[in-house]
Design a protein. Structure first.
Length: 446
């Protein structure tokens, strides 16, 4: 039973979301407002899911504003509720960033800020999983929540679906299977919802790849009881491993002392057992490079260019394969020097792409100090490590950003200001610019 006391506020808020929004019609945040009606859910789904804005080099919020033009206040309340649920699982997003995203939604709808209980904000500050680029693009995750709500509002016995973890599991899988484009299949949000609603049966793990690695490492403990989907197998693995821990150590975390075991087994490429794996690409919050030397590392700031970087990543993966393109050094093992860890990961790549948006150089921390000036800034460590190791670094300017000047950079990054870069512009130039970048990368990798 991987139900952790520290996550109780998350369980409580999620249960309120289930009761008030998915089963009822009221808002999660505006306690006296009727928001989650079947008509409102269908209208929000029509705007956001059924009429996606494709091919425009716009951020999620820019697209959302266009999709929600003329929407009544209750639809904005519904989106704010989704924004809150979306933010709950992530430990990578700051509390300030989470509240800012919810506040932005409230302001766009011209709404009065809700008077919510303190435990709501407490839940928002917990989080249980690191999240990476695909999760932060938001559209797939918002869409899954809307698809789920629509399915439940149209089901004759939604209480039964939300009262049985196996039925709920099947519903989520069927919703994702109906989405033809894999990049739009939010398996990370599916895993988050499974855990937040049924913490007695599912793990606080967003990555399907990590789940498969755990099954690979420990399936032999189960003897003949190996068959089933990964989540069922992991539930039995948890039972088999529990005697290794004292009562005070239970429930244990697979990301705790066991992590080196199953990660090491995955690195050794242990053969997977015959189980029913989900046929989907997922976002692994622990993006570690393979032994390949023909690799491209993408360095970027989420607050500056997450959506554009996601689009660039998709193009590069199609051209060079997913194994050859790395991004998001998001999970660093406990007790490890993170500067050394990042440097080692960067050292295994042949090319580093420094994605530079309009705010890349000026983004500041909570105290108002520029992040680049901090020796522990991840982007600075990535680029400085690559420059020091004589790895090819290519500045990629997006969102109409201008080339950076060496004088505006810390000493260990100043060489970046002298490097020839490339601009990847918005549509209709995006395709032409990406083809030019890919052609250059091919020359450097041969």
């Amino acid at each position: 039973m991987p139900k952790f006391a520290a996550y109780q506020p998350i369980y409580d808020v999620t249960q309120r979301f289930v009761d008030r929004c998915l089963l009822g019609n009221r808002s999660l945040l505006w306690l006296d407002q009727v928001v989650w009606t079947q008509a409102n859910v269908q209208e929000a789904k029509r705007r956001i899911v059924d009429q996606p804005i494709i091919g425009a080099n716009l951020s999620f919020t820019e697209k959302l504003k266009l999709q929600m033009q003329g929407a009544p206040p209750e639809l904005w309340m519904l989106v704010a509720d989704i924004q809150f649920i979306y933010c709950l699982p992530s430990t990578s997003l700051t509390v300030q960033g989470k509240r800012a995203a919810i506040r932005w939604t409230i302001e766009q709808g011209g709404l009065v800020s809700p008077d919510v209980p303190d435990n709501f904000w407490d839940a928002l500050g917990r989080g249980f999983a690191r999240t990476a680029l695909r999760y932060h693009m938001k559209h797939a995750q918002f869409s899954l929540i809307l698809r789920l709500a629509d399915a439940l509002k149209n089901h004759w016995h939604s209480h039964a679906l939300l009262g049985d973890h196996r039925q709920f599991y099947g519903l989520l899988n069927s919703l994702l299977a109906a989405i033809p484009n894999r990049i739009d299949q939010a398996w990370d949000m599916r895993n988050a919802l499974l855990y937040m609603i049924f913490p007695e049966h599912y793990e606080p793990i967003l990555s399907n790849a990590d789940k498969r690695a755990i099954v690979s490492a420990y399936h032999s403990l189960l003897g003949q009881a190996q068959l089933g989907n990964d989540d069922e197998v992991i539930e039995r693995i948890r039972t088999a491993l529990s005697p290794r821990f004292t009562a005070d150590e239970l429930p244990f975390s697979f990301y705790g002392s066991l992590k080196d075991e199953w990660k090491g087994a995955a690195s050794a490429q242990m053969q997977l057992p015959t189980v029913a794996h989900e046929a989907a690409e997922d976002e692994n919050p622990i993006s570690e490079p393979s032994s390949s030397t023909n690799t491209i590392f993408i360095s970027y700031r989420r607050d500056d260019s997450a959506d554009t970087t996601g689009r660039i990543y998709d193009w590069l993966v199609k051209e060079f394969t997913e194994e050859a393109v790395f991004k998001d050094v998001d999970s660093i093992p406990l007790g490890v020097n993170f500067k050394t860890h990042i440097s080692e990961i960067v050292s295994q790549c042949r090319i580093l792409l420094a994605i530079i948006g309009s705010r890349w150089i000026s983004i500041a921390d909570q105290a108002g100090n520029r992040r680049l000036d901090h020796p522990g800034d991840f982007v600075r460590i990535e680029i400085a490590s690559a420059l020091a190791r004589k790895i090819i670094v290519i500045p990629v300017y997006v969102q109409d950003a201008k080339p950076v000047s060496a004088s505006d950079l810390p000493d260990d990054m100043q060489e970046l200001g002298w490097l020839q870069g490339i601009s990847v512009r918005r549509d209709p130039d995006f395709k032409r610019d990406m083809e030019k970048l890919i052609k250059e990368l091919r020359k450097r990798l041969t």
